[in-house]
Design a protein around this ligand. Structure first.
Ligand code: ATP
Ligand code: MG
Length: 561
C-alpha cells in the first residue's frame, strides 16, 4: 500500500513506534488490527483507520489483523461481516490468514472474568440497570457503592456460573469490575463486564446467554492476538485507563493504545447509526448508494481504492478533531482517474444535427485517442455519419459575446472529426424549442485542421445518431445542502432535494457497448463516469463519479497566493 518509497508518512503514531522499536519493545514486533463491530457498513472514516493500521504494518514489515468485535448479538448480522470483508479487501489491506472474531474468544474471556472474581476484583451485582445508573453518580458527584459489592468470592463464582447456566432473566444481574466508585473517570466506576442476554449470536448461536461488554472484550482481544499498537479514535481516550486496568489485573500481554482524531467531511455524515437511519428511512437507496461515503457507496460511485488511500495519506493523522473538505477527496480521485480513465464521447442532453453536404449513406471510422495521459492506452475508431447528436447546451441561437460554441453562421470543430458550420435552425412550431440543426461540413478539415489554417474557437463532442447507444446517466450532488450536515440538530432536515438527477435519454459512443459494471471513463468535457450495476440488457446506466471542475486545486492556489 505504501509503495511510494520517497514519501513514507511521518506522524505522531509513527514517532511512537520508532521509539518502541529503538527500545526493542515487544521484541521489535509491530502488529496492528482493524476491529469493526459488524453492525453496519464501513465508511470512509473506517477506511482511514484501515489505511493507517495496514499502512503501518506494511511499512514496518509487521502484521495486520482483521477482527470483528462482535459482542452485541442483537445488532450484528452476517450480512455486515461479509460486506466489511469485501470492503477491507477492496481497499487493499491484507490480513493474510488472520481474520478473527472476538466471539472466538468467549471461552477465554469468560475465564478472565472468573479470574477477576477469584482475585476479588469483580462481583455480581443484583441492582437493575436504572439503579446502577443512579448509583453511578455524575461528573461532579462521586458514585455510591452497590450493596452487593462485597459479596464473597464463593458467592460471586456461584452466581456468575448460574448466570452462564441461564438461571436468570435478562438484566437480573451483571458482573462488574471492582474498581473505584469515586473515580473522576466514569468508566472506572465499577463498569459492567458481563451481562445476561438470552439472544442468539450470529456465530455462537445459543451457546451463550451471558455476553462480555465491549470494553472488556476489545482490549483483551487485542491482548490475545498479541497486538502491539492498538490504534483507535479519540473517543476511546477515556476508556484507556479501564483497558490498562483489565490488562494489568490479569497480567496479560499489554498492547499500547494510541488515539487519533476521527475523520469528518463537510456536507456528509459519518456515523453508522445515522447512516443506518438514512438507509432504513429510505432517504437513500441502500448502503451502497453512490451519494454515501460508505466504502460500498464510493465503490459504486466509481472511486478507486488507490485514490482513497492517497486521500487517507494526505489528510494524515492528528490528535485534534477537524473537518476535511470533500473537495480534497474528489481532487485525489480526479488525479487518479485522469491517469487511468479512457476518454470517450457521450452526449447527455442530445440535440440532433444534420450535416446536409455529407453523403447520406456514408460512414467513416475516425481515429480517437484513448488517453492523452497514457501513451500505452492507444486509440479506437469512432463512426461518423451525416446525422449526429451534440449537446443541447452547445448551441445558442442568440449567443452572448464569450460563447464560442455553435450558433447560426458560426463554425466549430467536432472532436476527432470535421469543422461544421450552422446554417439553419428547426424549431417546434408550438413551443419554439429548437429540435434540429442543419449544418455543412468542410471535407478538408478532417482530423481537426484545415489547409488554410483558419481558426475556430470551439471544439464539441458528438456521437453519430445511427451508431450511438442510449444510456441513463445519474448525476450526484452532495447529499446534504449544509456544510455541517448536523446544522440545526436534525440531519434529515438538511438533505439536499437535488442530490440525484437522472438523465434518461443520453447517447454514448458505440465503443461503450460492452462496458462492464465498475468500468470508469472520462466523458469528454463532462467528467468521470462509472458503469452502474443497474446496467442490463435494456440499457447502460452510468454514475457520474466526479465532474472535471477541481475546486480543491482552486482552493490550494488561493492559499498559496
Ligand atoms: P461509527 O461511530 O461511525 O458508528 P464506530 O466507531 O462505532 O463507527 P467501529 O466498527 O467500532 O465503528 O469502528 C471500527 C474502527 O474504526 C474503530 O477503531 C474506530 O475508532 C474507527 N473509526 C470509526 N469511525 C471513524 C472515523 N470517522 N475516522 C477514523 N476512524 C474511525
Ligand atoms: Mg465503535
Amino acid at each position: 500500500m505504501s509503495s511510494n518509497k520517497e514519501k513514507v508518512p511521518s506522524d505522531f503514531i509513527r514517532v511512537i513506534i520508532n521509539e518502541d522499536l529503538k527500545n526493542n519493545k515487544n521484541d521489535g514486533r509491530v502488529h496492528t488490527r482493524f476491529p469493526p463491530e459488524p453492525n453496519g457498513s464501513l465508511h470512509i472514516g473506517h477506511a482511514k483507520s484501515i489505511c493507517l493500521n495496514y499502512g503501518i504494518a506494511d511499512q514496518y514489515k509487521g502484521k495486520f489483523n482483521l477482527r470483528f468485535d462482535d459482542t452485541n448479538p442483537s445488532k450484528e448480522e452476517t450480512q455486515y461481516v461479509e460486506s466489511i470483508i469485501e470492503d477491507v479487501r477492496w481497499l487493499g489491506a491484507d490480513w493474510e490468514d488472520r481474520l478473527f472474531y472476538a466471539s472466538d474468544y468467549y471461552g477465554q474471556l469468560y475465564d478472565f472474568a472468573v479470574q477477576l472474581i477469584k482475585d476479588g476484583k469483580a462481583y455480581v451485582d443484583d441492582l437493575n440497570q436504572e439503579e446502577i445508573r443512579e448509583y453511578r453518580g455524575t461528573l461532579t458527584e462521586p458514585g455510591k457503592e452497590s450493596p452487593y459489592r462485597n459479596r464473597s468470592v464463593e458467592e460471586n463464582l456461584d452466581l456468575f456460573e448460574r448466570m452462564r447456566q441461564g438461571e436468570f432473566e435478562d438484566g437480573a444481574r451483571v458482573l462488574r469490575a471492582k474498581i473505584d466508585m469515586a473515580s473522576g473517570n466514569l468508566n472506572m466506576r465499577d463498569p459492567a463486564i458481563y451481562r445476561i442476554k438470552h439472544a442468539s449470536h450470529h456465530r455462537t448461536g445459543d451457546k451463550w446467554c451471558v455476553y462480555p461488554m465491549y470494553d472488556f472484550t476489545h482490549c483483551l482481544s487485542d491482548s490475545i492476538e498479541g497486538i502491539t499498537h492498538s490504534i483507535c479514535s479519540l473517543e476511546f481516550e477515556d476508556h484507556r485507563p479501564l483497558y490498562d486496568w483489565f490488562l494489568d489485573q490479569l497480567t496479560v500481554h499489554h498492547p499500547q493504545q494510541i488515539e487519533f482524531a476521527r475523520l469528518n467531511l463537510n456536507y456528509n455524515i459519518l456515523s453508522k447509526r445515522k447512516l443506518l437511519q438514512l438507509v432504513e428511512e429510505k432517504h437513500v437507496n441502500g448502503w451502497d448508494d453512490p451519494r454515501l461515503l460508505t466504502v460500498s457507496g464510493l465503490r459504486r460511485r466509481g472511486y478507486t481504492p488507490a485514490s482513497i488511500r492517497d486521500f487517507c495519506e494526505r489528510i494524515g493523522v492528528a490528535k485534534r478533531d477537524s473537518v476535511v473538505d470533500i473537495a480534497l477527496l474528489e481532487h485525489c480521485l480526479r488525479e487518479h482517474l485522469n491517469k487511468i480513465a479512457m476518454r470517450v464521447m457521450a452526449v447527455l442532453k442530445p440535440l440532433k444535427v444534420v450535416i446536409d453536404n455529407y453523403p447520406d449513406e456514408q460512414v467513416e471510422e475516425l481515429e480517437a485517442i484513448n488517453n492523452p495521459e497514457d501513451e500505452d492506452a492507444g486509440s479506437r475508431m469512432v463512426p461518423f455519419s451525416n446525422v449526429i447528436y451534440i449537446e443541447r447546451g452547445d448551441f445558442l441561437e442568440d449567443p452572448p459575446k464569450k460563447f464560442f460554441r455553435l450558433s447560426p453562421g458560426r463554425e466549430v470543430r467536432l472532436k476527432h472529426a470535421y469543422y461544421i458550420t450552422c446554417d439553419r435552425v428547426v424549431k417546434d412550431e408550438a413551443t419554439g424549442e429548437v429540435t434540429e440543426l442543419h449544418c455543412t461540413y468542410d471535407p478538408e478539415s478532417r482530423g481537426g485542421g484545415t489547409p488554410d489554417g483558419r481558426r475556430v474557437k470551439g471544439t464539441l463532442h458528438w456521437v453519430s445518431a445511427e451508431h450511438a447507444i442510449k444510456a441513463e446517466v445519474r448525476i450526484y450532488n452532495n447529499l446534504f445542502a449544509t456544510e455541517d450536515a448536523q446544522e440545526g440538530g436534525d440531519f434529515r432536515a438538511n438533505i439536499n432535494p437535488d442530490s440525484l438527477e437522472r438523465l434518461t435519454s443520453c447517447m454514448v459512443e458505440p465503443s461503450l457497448k460492452e462496458a462492464k459494471p465498475g468500468s470508469r471513463y472520462q466523458f469528454l468535457r463532462h467528467g468521470y463516469f462509472c458503469v452502474d450495476p443497474d446496467s442490463n440488457n435494456d440499457g447502460l446506466v452510468f454514475n457520474r463519479t466526479v465532474s472535471l471542475r477541481d475546486s480543491w486545486a482552486k482552493i490550494e492556489k488561493a492559499q498559496k497566493k
